[in-house]
Design a protein around this ligand. Structure first.
Ligand SMILES: [Mg+2]
Length: 419
């Protein structure tokens, strides 16, 4: 059983104007779809972010003729970033588990669960100019509007864990959003809340926010500060667990995190950490260290969502609902056959079909590739436009760096409810 053919296809599809501390999502996102065809007729698919064609193609010589069951040596052979390897590994595991007649998670050791819970990944956002998108296409620029967005996600997908993407507005707005969200989604009804400003806060701001939201029982604070040492200092001031997919997002970050005692919960990501098997290894790491394990998500289409689903099903240490960016994929924006994968009561069922359980829709793939070519997009993984605050109406003295307390004086004239 050998790989006879390899194809990497960069694709682009519409994205909503979601806001984070560095800017706004561009109108389109770029992903790479990796496909392998075996000499026995079986196929495999993988996905990662950005256009990774060059990097994966540079490995073509050894990939052609490789037995996809030999992941261990393939991983050593591979020259390139963990996230491009992850797409190739997923494609190889997909094909190999199809050959074994097993769902991917069962092929790599068995499932710890038959369905995986997911977190609503909620953003402040501009209205989508074309009104496209599966959910929340309107403007979300106030705490009250944010609650409405959360209501849409809960009604449509059944999520019980809600994540605020903070850091765009002044921290006082994030605090208010957290408060309103907790009022609407109480702990007594089983809702968990978390917030992630992508490291946009100074240590002082983060300590103040932590103190302000502590009464609302946050599940965790995700990357409140950028530098690991600031998060370590913050940890000494708060009981709220600290999580990260930024300062601890690779195996090389583990030792410093042990030494500094900064992050309690890892947001594993099979792209960042280098594959589905690496996600399982992250689970072992968390078990050894007594850390929690959650999941990071970014711009996923169906192949990445399915890969994450299998990784999470096969990793017993997962003890927090992973994020899923997948609801932000348009209803007709995916590249898999049969339409988008579905959430049910906040969970996604692990498919019973051999492999990943998703197949590439060649027509949709070709259409998204055409869109990529037409738009002449570059290979940036996260297409986020850095904004001029004057041009966009972003309040406060946005500097592209962490919020400083003094920017309170630039606070906009939003008539926020006070409490
Ligand atoms: Mg994050």
């Amino acid at each position: 059983m050998r790989i006879a053919r390899l194809k990497v296809t960069p694709v682009a599809m519409h994205d909503q104007p979601l806001l984070n501390s560095t800017g706004v999502h561009e109108s389109h996102r770029v992903r790479s779809i990796v496909q392998v065809w075996l000499d026995n007729g079986l196929t495999g698919a993988g996905e990662t972010y950005g256009d990774q064609t060059k990097e994966i193609e540079a490995n073509r010589n050894w990939i052609i003729g490789w037995d996809p069951r030999n992941i261990t040596l393939a991983r050593l052979n591979y020259v390139g970033a963990p996230w491009s390897w992850a797409a190739l590994e997923t494609a190889m595991l997909d094909a190999a588990s199809k050959h074994a007649g097993l769902p991917l998670c069962d092929y790599i050791g068995g499932r710890a669960r038959t369905r995986v819970p997911w977190a609503a990944y909620l953003f402040y956002k501009f209205a989508d100019e074309q009104g496209r998108g599966e959910v929340a296409t309107g403007e979300v620029l106030t705490p009250a509007a944010f609650v409405k967005e959360a209501e849409q996600f809960v009604a449509k997908y059944g999520f019980k864990t809600l994540k605020i993407k903070g850091g765009w507005f002044h921290p006082d707005v994030d605090i208010e959003t957290f408060h309103l969200l907790r009022k609407r989604f109480p702990t007594s009804e089983g809702y968990e809340l978390r917030i992630d400003p992508n490291g946009a806060w100074t240590l002082e701001t983060a300590a103040r926010v932590a103190k302000a939201i502590a009464p609302y029982a946050p599940q965790y604070l995700e990357d409140p500060c950028g530098p690991m040492e600031d998060n370590a200092a913050l940890k000494k001031t708060t009981e709220i667990p600290l999580a990260s997919n930024m300062c601890v997002s690779a195996f090389s970050h583990v030792k410093p995190n042990v030494q500094q005692d900064a992050i309690d919960i890892i947001l594993g990501d099979h792209h960042h950490w280098g594959g589905i098997l690496a996600y399982k290894e992250t689970g072992v790491l968390c078990r050894v260290m007594g850390w929690g394990l959650s999941g990071h998500s970014n711009n996923a289409l169906g192949v990445s969502q399915a890969a994450m689903l299998h990784a999470c099903a096969a990793t017993p240490e997962l003890n927090y609902a992973p994020d899923s960016h997948y609801p932000w994929t348009d209803t007709d924006g995916d590249v898999i056959k049969g339409g988008k994968l579905q959430f049910r009561d906040g969970f996604m069922d692990v498919p019973d079909a051999p492999g990943l359980g998703v197949e590439i829709d060649e027509g949709a793939l070709a259409a998204r590739h055409d869109e990529f070519l037409t738009l002449k997009l570059n290979n940036r993984a996260a297409l986020v436009r850095r904004l001029d605050p004057k041009a966009t109406g972003r309040p406060g003295g946005w500097t592209g760096g962490p919020w400083a307390e003094e920017s309170v004086t630039n606070f906009p004239n939003h008539s926020l409810p006070r409490w």
